[in-house]
Design a protein around this ligand. Structure first.
Ligand code: HEM
Length: 511
């Protein structure tokens, strides 16, 4: 048989050209036609000053903080349940803007949404495939078991360990008063302390006494909070081109420390499995229980018979989710204390009424003004700045039909600074507002630092006790003077509300 090869070439050319034309037509449709003329969301209120290709990405990227565009849009359309904007490629996104919409997205219809695939790609590799990334039934099953260590009595057992670490931090501040005129950088100081507390809760180890403690600390820091160049490389690796394997020093260091971190933690996991087995056989008591006060997460998982790989993923995730957020909240608390002397004095007067040198969790809980201060702090300086979601099915929320695949953004600050919810003084730091909440502000869904509903923060009770316990120790011994004039510059983009280049204050001993 004789084949006409040139006609095959022509067919291939025609097929290729058709595929290319279809793909270009699809891109043109998605970029210029669908969002502006077809989408059912196109009539929702929202900013129209987008770039013709990358939507509002530049507004987000160039903003002074990760919240700024959303807060300003929320002020412009305060009564809309959702505000529509465009992200890269003119993909439509909805900012959750009212208390009722927030309640539906985070609670009533929470499982109609999942974490966005780009977030999963960017972060899962770094912080392990733990609870944060589980969805649907898998999420419910994991959370049910893991909740076991977050019950009140178990969390309270960690308080003495929290207080001991807070006091060690205060001793460092005392040294800074002698050696450095009291000037301290808060983000690194609190981050180290919070990592020690988180490691004791998640892993059941005392990081300071742990032989690989320093290495663990440095690797955590580098992998979870990498320098800007590594962040950029991670971003390019996920979105543009897999460059993590390129022979660059930043890549090498990242991969080395990531591997080291996992190998140290793998050993901790394996040893715990062994310990739990021995304990079951009645040979030994688990030291970790007494060392950290209560039962740690790793021991719980080992007792439940989880696989070592699953345990490794969970401990990575929990440590990442637990320590930087709490440390950041403490940075802003110290900043607020330096900024508002009247509030600081009222807080100090209340804390002074504690007669017990080692206040119990109920002593701390009884401090009414501390509670108001803490709630206001998390409203005003919400540490977890944004949470993304994607609809996995068509869903109607507050009368808005949201098609499957639509991206949603939760910016707690957009709700926290909305004057229709929090009143005309929403921009004022006022702990007393918590004594006179009314209307929407009195709804739990108006306050979202830990996210409400089934996907809300599992570590909330620990974080709350840790935050307050540390504030009590700090305020007992010191007051703080601000060194930065004007607004604090913030890291952006960032999922956490962090001061750019850290935050320095002057620590002054109370007489
Ligand atoms: C001030 C401290 C903290 C803040 C502000 C905070 C905030 C949040 C927020 C907003 C979420 C929801 C994220 C999302 O769905 O996109 C979340 C989830 C989570 N947090 Fe926290 N968190 C804090 C402390 C902790 C601590 C101490 C731990 C554990 C030791 C922890 C572990 C987690 C985990 C595992 C999730 C995922 C929960 C789930 O998907 O069901 N967090 N946190």
């Amino acid at each position: 048989a004789v084949y006409d090869v040139s006609s095959l070439g022509n067919t291939a050319q025609v097929v290729l050209t058709s595929i290319l034309s279809l793909s270009i037509a699809n891109k043109v449709y998605r970029l210029f036609i669908y969002p502006h003329y077809v989408s059912p969301l196109r009539h929702l209120p929202g900013p129209k000053d987008h770039h013709f290709l990358i939507g509002h990405f530049l507004h987000q990227y160039r903003a002074g903080s990760p919240n700024e565009p959303y807060v300003s849009w929320a002020k412009k359309w305060p009564d809309a349940p959702f505000i529509r904007y465009l992200s890269i490629g003119n993909v439509e996104a909805l900012l959750v803007n009212s208390v009722a919409a927030y309640r539906d997205v985070t609670r009533t219809k929470c499982y109609s949404f999942v974490k966005p695939p780009f977030f999963v790609r960017l972060v899962k590799d770094l912080i392990g495939a733990g609870l944060v990334f589980a969805e649907g039934e898998e999420h419910k099953a994991q959370k049910k078991v893991l909740n076991g260590v977050f019950a009140g009595p178990n969390i309270k057992a960690f308080l003495p360990g929290i207080q001991a670490r807070a006091r060690a931090l205060c001793d460092n501040f005392e040294r800074a008063i002698v050696e450095n005129d009291g000037i301290v950088e808060l983000t690194s100081a609190y981050s180290q302390m919070a990592l020690e507390i988180t490691a004791s809760f998640v892993l059941g180890i005392d990081l300071l006494a742990f032989p690989d403690g320093r290495i663990l600390h440095d690797s955590y820091k580098y992998v979870f909070d990498p320098p800007a160049v590594v962040q950029l490389l991670n971003f390019i690796h996920v979105f543009v081109l897999p460059i993590r394997w390129f022979p660059l020093e930043a890549n090498r260091k990242f991969l080395r420390l990531n591997k080291l971190l996992r190998s140290i933690l793998r050993d901790v996991v394996a040893k715990r499995v062994e310990d739990v087995k021995k304990m079951r056989e009645g040979e030994t008591q688990l030291e970790q229980k007494s060392a950290s006060g209560g039962k740690d997460l790793l021991t719980l998982m080992a007792e439940e018979g989880w696989s070592e790989e699953d345990m490794l993923n969970q401990v990575l995730t929990f440590t990442a989710a637990g320590h930087e957020t709490t440390a950041t909240a403490l940075v802003w608390a110290t900043h607020a204390l330096s900024l508002y002397p009247d509030i600081e004095q009222r807080l100090q007067a209340e804390i002074k009424t504690l007669t017990n040198p080692d206040p119990s969790s109920s002593d701390i809980e009884s401090l009414h003004y501390l509670n108001n201060f803490s709630r206001e702090l998390f409203r005003f300086f919400c540490p977890a700045a944004v949470q993304g979601r994607v609809a996995v099915e068509d869903v109607v929320i507050q009368g808005v039909p949201i098609p499957k695949g639509t991206e949603l953004l939760i910016s707690p600050a957009a709700i926290h600074f909305n004057p229709l919810i929090w009143g005309p003084h929403a921009d004022v730091f006022d702990p007393d507002r918590w004594d006179r909440l009314e209307g929407d502000a009195a709804d739990v869904h108006a306050w979202g630092p830990f996210l409400q509903g089934p996907r809300g923060c599992i570590g909330r009770t620990l974080a709350w006790l840790e935050f307050k316990g540390v504030v009590v120790e700090l305020v007992r011994r010191f007051r703080f003077e601000r060194l930065v004039e004007g607004e604090v510059r913030l890291v952006n983009p960032s999922p956490v509300l962090r001061p750019r280049g850290g935050l320095r204050v002057k620590v002054v001993r109370r007489e």
